[in-house]
Each structure stands twice: as C-alpha cells, then as structure tokens.
Write a protein that binds this ligand. Structure first.
Ligand code: WT7
Length: 631
C-alpha cells in the first residue's frame, strides 16, 4: 500500500517510466488496491469523443479500500479527528473501525430509505463528521453523491438537484461558522419548492434548532440510523461506475456536473496524496478546505482514508475566536502536514505575525497550498512564520476536473521555487501550446496549459451533457485536454501557473463564470444588461467588478447596489458577491455584439491608460464614460 517515492532521483525514474510505459507504471500502483475482480486493461482512451476508461472491467468499491482493508492492521488507528468551531467544545475522534461502523450504519439507513445503486444524493451539510460519513455511505451502496457547498443559495442548490435529478437530500438544521449560525434546512425547504425529484430528506441535528419537518419526506438522521446494523456489504462497482458529481463553474452561465468514477479516482487520489504530502504512518494530516469542494473530496476524505492516514476535519473559520486558530489547532493535535489556500494565508497575514508566533508549530513537516497562484509575499510569510524555514511548501496545481493534484512538489524531495507549482507528478504529461495550438518544446516559455495523455482521475463526462464536456475540454486543441489556465515553464522545466485564460474568475480559490454572475445580476428587475470581470484583490486574489446598465441611472446608487448584491446572494450565494458595481449607460461592444472584456478588465485594474486598440468598437464614447466613472 505504500506508494511513496523516496527521492528526487526515484521521481525522475518513475516519471520516465510513466511516459514510456504507462501501463506498467499504473499497473504496479493499481495492483496494491483491493479489487473484487481484476481489470482486464489499464486504459482505453480517445480525446476526441472523449471516451476514457481506466482499469477496464475491474470491479471494486472505493470504500472497501478506504475502510475495510485497513481494519486488520489499523482498526484502532485514528481515521478522523474533528475539531469543532468553538475551541471550548469537545473534539471527536474516530478510529478506522469506528468510522467503518458509522459508515455502514448510515449506508443501511440510506437503503432503508429506498436509496439504491445509481441514485443521486445531494449532500448539503456543515463541516462535521456526518458529512464524511454521508459521502462514504453513498459510495458504499453505489449511490452517486453530489455535495453542494453549504454556502450556496436555495436557487443554486435547486439547479444542481434538478440537473442531477437527485432522489434525496442529506442536510442539517443549521451550521456554526465563527460567531454565527446559519440555517441549512430552511434553505433546503426553499430549494425543494422548485424540485420534484426529491423523495426523502435526512436532517442531522447540528445546532439544536427545530426546523420544519415535512411528514413522509423528512426524517432525522438519528431516527434513520436507529437499529441499523454496523456492517453493510459494499456494492460491487465497475471501475467506470460513477462515484460522484461535483458542480463547477465554467465560461457559460450554467455550472456543470463534473463526473468522477470509482476505479481511476481511487488510484489517483491515493497515489497523489501519499507522494505530495509524504505522510508517515503516525502523522496527523490537516486540510482546511471544505468537503463541498474538490479539495475536500480528494484530500480530506478519499486520498487520506485510502492511504490509512489520520485526517483532521475543521468545522470553523481561520479567524475565530481569533486569527491564531489554525495554529492553535496545529499545536493541539500535533499536525504534521498542513494544507490550505493562499487566500487564507493572506487574510491571516493581515492580522500580523503575533498570532502565529504564539504557537510552537513544532510538529509541522510539510505545508501545502492550493486554489490559485500564490504571490511571493504570501509564500514567504507562510515559509518563514508558519514553516520556520524548515518545512517545504508544496504548491499544488489541479482542478475539479483533474480529480487530483497534477503539478506540485513532493514533500521535501523536490526543488522548490516561490510561486512555482513545480514539476508534474509521474503519469501527468503537461504541455504548453502557442496561439496556433502548437506544442512549445523549449524552456523559459509561456503558453496555454494542456495535458496530452489521460491520467486515472481525469473527468469522464459532464453529467447528462457529454457534448459539453467535449466542447469545453477537448475541442480547443485537438488531442489535448485543455485546462483553461495559462502557465510559464522556467529554465529548469518548473511550471508557474499564471491564471485562467477563459471567462472564469477565481475568487478566494473558488471558480465563477463571468456569465454565471451576469445572469444572477440580470435577474434583478432594474438591470438591463451587465458585464463582469475580475480585478486584483489583496485578500481574495481576484474580486468581482460588475458594470451594470439599467433602464435609467438609479437615483439612489447605494440602494441599487445593495439590491443587486442581494440578488446575486439569492441566485448563487454570498461567496459570489460583486465587490464593486459601476453603473454605465452602455457596454463596449464590437460590431458583432461581443462585449470587449479586455477593456473592462483594464479599467477595473486601474490601467485605463493601457486600453490598446478600441477602433473596432461600435460606440467608443462609452469607453470614455466608463473610464470617467472609475476615477
Ligand atoms: C483552478 C481550478 C483544485 C483545487 C481547488 C480549485 C486554479 C488551483 C492552483 C495553484 C495556481 C491554481 C487554476 C485552476 N488553481 N490550484 N496551485 N496555482 N492556480 O479547484 O475550483 O476546480 O479551480 O484553480 O486556475 O484551473 P477549481
């Protein structure tokens, strides 16, 4: 089960093998897992359709690999440590055996509520152990989980439920977040007014409220598990059966359901977890993401549990009760590997060094970052004050669609350069393409980041719309998976991710399509049209800047702005709030009606002196007005 590479030399050898003999490379890794029936072939693929299959005709269940196979050797080892929002509240620890029993009992409860293989279950939960249990219980019985981050609005949840035609929602009465409590069940009830596929709702009592319970539809978690057996045979799944759907934003208005499958996702999340974080058997590993995002799926739940590691799950926020909370939790549980996002580091930096200096942080061995390019200043702060210049930083580049980490350092094995993700993991073949789609072979170059060979956890499709998957990822450059990112490769072959080259804005490591936010803004009755761009934001990485056209210029701009923000919160959630709203009388468009975002971006960035060629605009006066407004 130990899949770790032990030196940079070995990395170089393994990398070469993975390119020259892909089947042998992945075969040696895959055979360390538990299969009900061995696969017949490692990989079948064509990037045109696309049609990608890994570990063909193999039978397995990912939860048998996360839980059952550890019981003999690690039954009493801690699988999960849960740290509550309130530091005065008791933390929870489950051994592998306890987690196994909890997952089985809840899996039996799901079956008793009528859920079967292939059904879709939406999970809308706080960051509590029951979220992980619900995810694994779905996988155990072959139900497809679709976790919706608990910050999304009723409207956004309803869209996801309807797209997946989900049969069940698992939720809680509410959640704790710093000093606040947020209702969840109420949001679910509102969403379900426009959904007709949901038959049952399971509700976990998290904050002790008494939400409305609909007779015959809603059932309390504790009632559902009452009397359930603590064993549940795992459903035998094909390697290519769907494990989960996770919705993510793209350059169109509607989020798409990225699909991952049992076999390939299992092999790659375990392999990448072990190599990037280099955890020893007795280590404590903590990823601060939310299970509602891919980072939480792959590196709180599946990767660590597949590897028999101890994974920490944190309910709260970095600044509660104060900006030292992350470091207090590291010392309290003796965290060895700590994985967070640049936006969290920048937010904590703003509170000064004192908070971090009050803790020893002696246990830390490896620090990780993910979600967006990390600026050098934040990288240095993390390296000096958190890692005491002793811990390597792994800057992990990947995406919801890639399922696992693609480009990153491996613990302390790899050379490290601030703000550079570094080298690709074995099995990953990145390339940089030029404007014409030709591979740029040399170093010290910049281009569009694509991948030219599949890896086990590449997305298989976008749920119920395969053509969208083809068009979005496989049609820009024939024969390549297109990431949507631009990147540089330095003289040593290390990659540095620059950011998105499509209409996607990355706010605090979360993705939003400009069209998605524009649709939300346009849902407000006073708005005729809008255009949204990203601009550099000190803490969030990028902020959302909206140019809005109304029938007539609102007299009370402040109120109008607040109302538009409120509409976005209703349509998507608080995480998508525009930072700045500028009212304009028109948008700069080309003769063919295309909005010239380049111009809007420059104005939002405060670089209106660098607009470039505006001669193709229908109405150049609009630009003057926009520049004036920005001053
Ligand atoms: C986009 C994917 C996958 C984890 C969380 C985000 C950006 C991600 C890095 C990094 C520079 C990064 C890219 C990518 N990104 N990690 N280490 N350095 N940029 O997942 O929501 O699917 O977003 O996040 O632009 O395409 P996601």
């Amino acid at each position: 089960m130990d899949l770790r590479i032990k030196s940079f030399e070995e990395y170089t050898e393994k990398y070469a093998l993975s390119v020259e003999n892909t089947d042998q490379f992945w075969g040696e890794i895959a055979e360390t897992f538990t299969w009900n029936k061995p696969y017949e072939k490692i990989c079948n693929w064509d990037f045109e359709t696309p049609d990608i299959k890994w570990f063909v005709n193999g039978k397995l269940n990912i939860t048998e690999n996360c839980l059952d196979r550890h019981l003999a050797k690690r039954g009493n080892k801690l699988a999960l440590i849960w740290e509550p929002n309130d530091p005065k509240e008791r933390f929870v620890r489950y051994t592998y055996r306890e987690l196994y029993e909890k997952v089985c009992a809840f899996a039996n409860a799901l079956k008793a509520q009528g859920i079967k293989k292939g059904d879709r279950v939406v999970i809308y939960m706080p960051m509590i152990p029951e979220l992980t249990i619900a995810v694994l219980a779905c996988a155990r019985i072959g139900a497809i989980h679709s976790v919706v981050f608990a910050g999304f609005s009723a409207h956004a949840m309803a869209d996801r439920i309807n797209d997946a035609q989900a049969n069940m929602v698992i939720t809680a009465d509410g959640l704790n977040r710093g000093a606040k409590q947020v209702p969840l069940k109420r949001v679910v009830d509102e969403a379900l007014r426009t959904c007709n596929s949901i038959e049952k709702v399971i509700v976990y009592d998290c904050v002790g409220w008494s939400p409305n319970m609909v007779d015959g539809r809603d059932i309390w978690w504790n009632d559902a598990i009452e009397g359930m057996a603590k064993d549940c045979p795992a459903e035998v799944m094909d390697s290519e059966d769907m494990l989960f759907i996770l919705y993510t934003s793209g350059s169109t208005g509607k989020p798409k359901g990225v699909v991952h499958t049992h076999g390939g996702y299992m092999v790659y999340t375990a392999y990448s977890f072990q190599n990037v974080f280099q955890c020893d058997e007795s280590d404590i590993y903590w990823c601060t993401a939310d299970v509602g995002w891919i980072t939480g799926h792959s590196y709180i739940v599946y990767g660590p549990l597949l590897s028999g590691a101890t994974t920490v799950m944190f309910e709260g926020v970095p600044t509660y009760p104060d900006a030292g909370r992350f470091w207090q939790v590291c010392d309290k549980h003796g965290v060895n590997q700590f994985y967070t996002a640049p936006t969290a580091i920048r937010a904590l930096m703003a509170y000064g060094e004192d908070h971090v200096l009050s803790y020893s942080l002696d246990s830390l061995k490896v620090l990780g970052t993910v979600g967006e390019p990390i600026n050098e200043e934040a990288w240095k702060w993390y390296h000096i004050h958190v890692g005491k210049e002793r811990c390597p930083i792994v800057d992990t580049w990947w995406q919801t669609e890639t399922g696992g980490i693609m480009i990153s350092g491996l613990g302390d094995l790899s050379p490290m350069r601030p703000a550079h993700a570094g080298f690709p993991l074995p099995g990953i073949q990145p390339v940089l393409l030029d404007q014409e789609g030709k591979e740029i072979k040399e170093n010290k170059v910049e281009g569009y980041l694509c991948i030219k060979h599949p890896w086990p956890s590449i997305l298989r499709t976008t749920y119920r719309d395969h053509d969208r998957c083809r068009v979005t990822y496989f049609s820009h450059y024939k024969g390549y998976y297109f990431t949507g990112d631009g990147a540089k490769r330095d003289e040593n072959g290390m990659y540095r991710i620059i950011g998105r080259v499509d209409d996607v804005i990355n706010v605090s490591g979360h993705r939003f399509g400009t069209a998605e936010i524009e649709n939300a803004i346009n849902a407000n009755g006073i708005v005729i049209e809008s255009a949204v761009v990203g601009y550099p934001h000190e803490i969030k990485g990028q902020g959302i800047y909206a140019y809005v056209v109304c029938e007539s210029l609102p007299e009370d701009r402040e109120t109008a702005r607040a109302e538009i923000v409120e509409t976005v919160v209703e349509q998507i959630g608080k995480i998508a709030k525009p930072e700045k709203i500028q009212f304009v009388t028109g948008l700069p468009k080309t003769r063919s009606g295309k909005i010239m975002r380049r111009i809007l971006r420059k104005v939002a960035e405060g670089e209106s002196d660098k607009l470039g060629d505006t001669s193709t605009l229908v109405d150049p006066d609009v630009v003057d007005e926009i520049i004036k407004g920005a001053l």
